[in-house]
Each structure stands twice: as structure tokens, then as C-alpha cells.
Write a new protein. Structure first.
Length: 296
């Protein structure tokens, strides 16, 4: 596909050096809403679950999810989007070179429901400098960049740099402060990045309406934990506090209690900010030894 073809992604022309040719498997379609969802290859189990839940909720809202087919957060993003909508994988190698090799099956499913795209000609092997180039294509098409876990030297941080250069909003999920895979993303939050706790944050930041009670302001017969008002004693909050009364628990164990990882992670952040739970390090949480923080 050349830059002269009508199917060529128009937003690639945002780039100073738009690729003259791209190779595509599957079908590229016009999309009113697109995000690039990126993060750590060595993500925590909770981070992968959060990325999958986030991508699935956004796909249900008609958002097309672009990612890089890498291990960790990228793969989780594609898996989640495939549950409810379209996803596009942007590769750092030729389309006929599957990297990582264990994602061959995932790539086939992505191409069946969306597309895979590369600016590298067939036969090109994955080289380290290919991936930052790949990242700029994802940012160029995106309405927003979403980061779920990024180490201090993560390629996801180069994606944020591209987003800043192209004035694309970036939202960052808070992570375990003791996990190496979260140090870079937590530093972005310290520097003032927009926090990302669930899909509703993306919809609100972009001014996108929602037909989903979980994600937006629509009514729901069974309100999800993410929609609880801050400080409310809803079922998610009660369940977490009850579980932590027994003993300290790891965030992954809490996420296996029947709730989505995104809901658990978001509620733990809220409870920690209120002083009701405390992070013990290594992903473990316990009830705070002091009571909730009072006003001021």
C-alpha cells in the first residue's frame, strides 16, 4: 500500500517522514476512535489483566485498539480488544516474520478481526531500532496513547515522547511502586501525566460519549465497581476490605476474587489515597494500621 492509495492511513501524514509504502495483512478501516495501548513486555500479572480489561471495555465502546504484538501489555491489549471489536498490530519486522514467535496464533486472530501493518518489507528481521520507528506509527493514528506499566528504559516511554511531539494526549495507569516494570510509568504520573484507572477515564478525557453503564454515565442495573463514587462503600470496596482483614494479600490474588483486575487496581489506589490500606511492597497490600485520613 503506497501513500497514494485511498486506504493508506491519512494520519500517517502527521509525520515528517511518513512511510512511502506499508505492508498490510487483514483490513484497515476508517475509525472514529483510535487508541494506542502500550506497556512493559515484562509486565506484572495484574498489569496484563488490567490492559486486557481496558482494551475489551474500549472495544465495546467502538474504540479501535492499536498495539505492537509484543509480549506483556501489547499481547494483553490485542487479546482484550478481540473480545469485543477491532485491533491493529504494528510490527517491528516484516509481516512474514512473526516476532515474538509464540504470538503466531495471536497474529492470525488479529488479522482475521482487524489488521497487521508494517513499514518494513517482507523478510525484514526484528532489530532493536525498528521498534521506536514502529511506535511513531501507532501514535500518528491515535487519538490518545495509553500506558500500562513501563520500566525506566521501556520502549513505551519513547511512545510517550512521540505523543508529546505530535500533541496526542497520553494517559498512564498507576502501578506497584516496587515493581521495576512500573518505575517509568509512575515517574510519568509524578511529572503530571493524566492518571488512567479505567476506560471511563479515556472516554472522559477524549470527550467521547458512552453507551456502556460500566464506562460512562449511562444507567446500569448492575453498577460496576469502577463507577462507585469515591469514598462510597460499594460491594467492590467491602470485598477488598474484608479480604485484607484476614491477612495481607498480593494484588494478583485479590484480582482472582471474581472482580476485574482493572476494578481491583483502581479501588486499591483509591483506598490507599484515603489511608485505609497500605502497600507493603512487592505487590502486597494490607489494612492501614491507622484509621482513614480525616479532612485536611
Amino acid at each position: 500500500m503506497t501513500a497514494a492509495d485511498p486506504e493508506y492511513p491519512e494520519r500517517f501524514f502527521r509525520l515528517e517522514q511518513a512511510p512511502a509504502v506499508v505492508w498490510v495483512r487483514g483490513r484497515l478501516e476508517p475509525a472514529a476512535r483510535r487508541v494506542a495501548l502500550v506497556g512493559a513486555r515484562r509486565a506484572t500479572r495484574g498489569g496484563r489483566a488490567f490492559a486486557r480489561d481496558l482494551a475489551a471495555e474500549l472495544a465495546r465502546e467502538g474504540v479501535e485498539v492499536w498495539s505492537g504484538l509484543a509480549r506483556g501489555v501489547d499481547a494483553a491489549a490485542h487479546e482484550g480488544a478481540l473480545e469485543a471489536g477491532r485491533t491493529v498490530a504494528v510490527l517491528g519486522a516484516g509481516l512474514d516474520v512473526v516476532y515474538p514467535p509464540e504470538h503466531a496464533g495471536l497474529l492470525e486472530r488479529v488479522c482475521a478481526r482487524g489488521a497487521a501493518l508494517s513499514e518494513f518489507e517482507p523478510g525484514t528481521q526484528p532489530l532493536p531500532y525498528h521498534f521506536p520507528r514502529r511506535n511513531r506509527l501507532m501514535v500518528a493514528v491515535a487519538d490518545a496513547v495509553l500506558v500500562v506499566e513501563a520500566g525506566e528504559r521501556s520502549g513505551a516511554l519513547t511512545t510517550v515522547n512521540w505523543a508529546l511531539a505530535m500533541q496526542v494526549p497520553a494517559l498512564v495507569a498507576p502501578g506497584d511502586p516496587t515493581a521495576p516494570s512500573c518505575r517509568g510509568s509512575n515517574q510519568l504520573l509524578r511529572a503530571g501525566a493524566t492518571p488512567l484507572l479505567d476506560a471511563s477515564d479515556v472516554l472522559a478525557a477524549m470527550g467521547w460519549g458512552s453507551a456502556c453503564g460500566r464506562c460512562g454515565t449511562g444507567a446500569s442495573d448492575d453498577p460496576a465497581p469502577e463507577s462507585l463514587p469515591e469514598g462510597g462503600e460499594g460491594p467492590e470496596r467491602e470485598w477488598l476490605l474484608r479480604a485484607l482483614r484476614r491477612e495481607p494479600q498480593h494484588v494478583d490474588e485479590l484480582a482472582n476474587g471474581g472482580s476485574s483486575a482493572g476494578a481491583v487496581q483502581a479501588e486499591l489506589v483509591r483506598l490507599e489515597l484515603e489511608g485505609r490500606v497500605e502497600a507493603l511492597g512487592g505487590g502486597y497490600y494490607a489494612l492501614a494500621r491507622r484509621g482513614p485520613r480525616g479532612p485536611g
